[in-house]
Ligand binder design. Structure first.
Ligand SMILES: [Zn+2]
Length: 63
């Protein structure tokens, strides 16, 4: 169990496998978005093409 860092399943793979709980756990506080499939994740390792999510400090941007 010491060699898992490079072996994280990607969000897309979890989704195609129907592992919604795993997806929830990995995206409950998303910091990155996949430039390829637009999924969000807490960590860059979970995405194919991670891009940093920009956070707006309390603005009602999303309505
Ligand atoms: Zn992706």
């Amino acid at each position: 169990m010491s060699d898992q860092q490079n072996n994280e399943p990607k969000m897309c793979e979890l989704h195609s496998a129907g592992m919604m709980e795993q997806i929830d756990q990995r995206s409950n506080n998303p910091q990155f978005v996949c430039g390829k499939c637009r999924r969000k994740a807490n960590r860059a390792e979970y995405l194919h093409n991670p891009l940093p999510l920009k956070k707006n400090g309390g603005d009602n941007f999303w309505g």
